[in-house]
Design a binder for this molecule. Sequence first.
Ligand code: DGJ
Length: 729
Amino acid sequence: MTLIENNKNRKLFFLNTVSSSLVIMVHEDNYVFLPYFGSKIEASDIDYIIDGITEANYMADTDNKKKFQLELIPQIYPSYGYTDLKEPAFHFVHKDGSRITDLRYKSHNIYKTKKKLNGLPTVLSNDDSEVLELTLFDELKKVEVIITLAVFEKHNAFTKSVKVINKNPSDDLYIEKIMSANIDIQESNFELIHLAGAWARECHIKRRRLEQGMQSIGSIRGASGHGQNPFAALISPNTDENNGEVFAMNFVYSGNFIISAEADMHLNTRFQMGINDFDFGWTLMPNEEFQTPEAVLIYTNKGLGDMSRTFHKLYQDCLMSNKYAYKERPILINSWESNYFDFNKESLLKLAEEGKNIGAELFVLDDGWFGKRNDDKTSLGDWTPNEQKLGGSLSSLIDDVNKKGISFGLWVEPEMVSPDSDLFRKHPEWAIQVKGRKIETSRHQYVLDLSNPEVCDYIINFMTELLSKNNITYIKWDMNRNITNLGSSYLKPERQKEQAHRYMLGLYRVLDNIVNAFPNVLFESCAGGGGRCDAGMLYYMPQVWTSDDTDAIERLVIQYGASLVYPSISLACHISDIPNHQTRRKERIETRANVAMWGNLGLELNLNKISEEDKKVITQKLEIYKSIRSTVQFGSIYRLKGLNAQNEYAWMHKSIDEETIVVNYVQICVIPNLVTKRLRLEALDSKSKYKVNDSEKLYTGSELMNIGLMLGEILEDAFAIQWIIKKVN
Ligand code: DGJ
């Protein structure tokens, strides 16, 4: 980090990555500005950017002096109350009822190696992080705000979070709004791109022109949610995979969030991300502090592809646990779509054995193994194995599964309780509810109040027991409903608005405990599919069940969208049955398998019921997947077709050593009377020679990138083709 102090008593902090720069300026009046965020510039005195804005201001005082107006100047953390009437980054209510805060620079601290945020998931690196802590202070009310900006130079990324400390010795402080990040950009000619959808339709790319006014996406569902993913980017018009400016933000948080973009009257944009301020409030007693979750900020002028690869590398290197980040993930076979609640020991062992024979490495027993759970109406909270159904103890079932040569994983949904459960009968007050009002069920279940530490301890205890007593190597951690009737029997009336965030803090404490106590267990997060597919969860659980929609064609859209932010290794993609359980579509097994090779491949089908022919194909496909697994899971992805969700999708994975390239193409509907088209690849070495599948001819990288691979004759819907390409010299 470079600090320039000039003779106007201004400080300029240059946070530079390999290809981007974020520059902070402390003004002589101790305002903190953001003169520049964009492509890399060398450190030099660029304070003229700020002077230029004031000089060009059309407003002048009576003595004809140009007005210094905060609203016109790009800021890093704007306050409410003075000459900036755009959306502030925070809103405090002081003890005397006043709501104006005047934050000015007090001090700064620069250090290497970012520290973990207390109680929150954090992007961390031992050898590629440098931190600027800016302490701002409101002199009148004695409120301190520490903005932590970290730069990950080699990863081309930044993080930002904020801590508020109430330094007032006698008065408490009420926080009504507290964003993690604010970026002011002197431009509004943008489109807003984000990921929206619903259950079974997660992460569909949405893109719209930014118009003057406030545009926002968010969640007040108690989870990041299926509706909107906590990611958004401002992109220059016509941005595609390889071209265009991108200002991206992703939230390292799994609860309520808001991302807003305000294009203002001066054609500038204010871009914010943080905990949703709706129904949020937090009281800080004297000397107490509040830490926001962190936001990841990325700038590139090389389009969405570069943005995605930047997120992927950052998350694999600096967010996921080291142990799993570059560890090939096992091919699992999950019992859900195969059996739902209907199984016994024999059918489970048969599925495990078939799975093993076909090449799976991990058998996962999904819902239905505990209490009286033969449907979704009962027993959440009673995590005692149903020995009658399992034909003995859970550990004896696991032994028998292991004897088939396959490891064992289990489904749990610890944050929930069924009304029909011993746990609820014993602790009705543990369910989230407003006293005196009816508690609403969703999927016949209530949500446990994780703002109550006793509830969190109960989860830690039963999970610890479950994992200590049984040879479980994988856990699928599900969460199948959002939070309604928000209210806590534990929190005091004046603290009720803290509940949604305290729930997340409770959950993170639980996960921290369990994941650290059982480092050999691979955790997969799930929330009815991708209802909590976010970087917060990825910190604890290095893979996510991307969607309950297992239809290959639907998955193209979902996986494309999710891959904008989340790395292939983190996205669980399963080969499922036909007709598909969500859409009734029937794609060929080749297509289902190739689409699952987008990410972390698994199986979700009843192998006892499918044809021998399909079994053969799956066996071959799993062998292929194993041979390219490290390329898909550790390499980098290039999306070749599909950004506008039309008839064709194509993507390629390039291995870390750049020696192996896996290319996939899917055409959804047949086009009659077509002459073969070609698929052009990207990011190869022009001069090197490549072998395509078993071809005798070798192709140069430039041929493959400019002429491309022949698609051939396509005579069926949902047609898929895959090439494995090896660099020869
Ligand atoms: C929702 C998940 O997304 C499914 O995969 C399955 O685990 C069910 N819950 C089980 O109830």
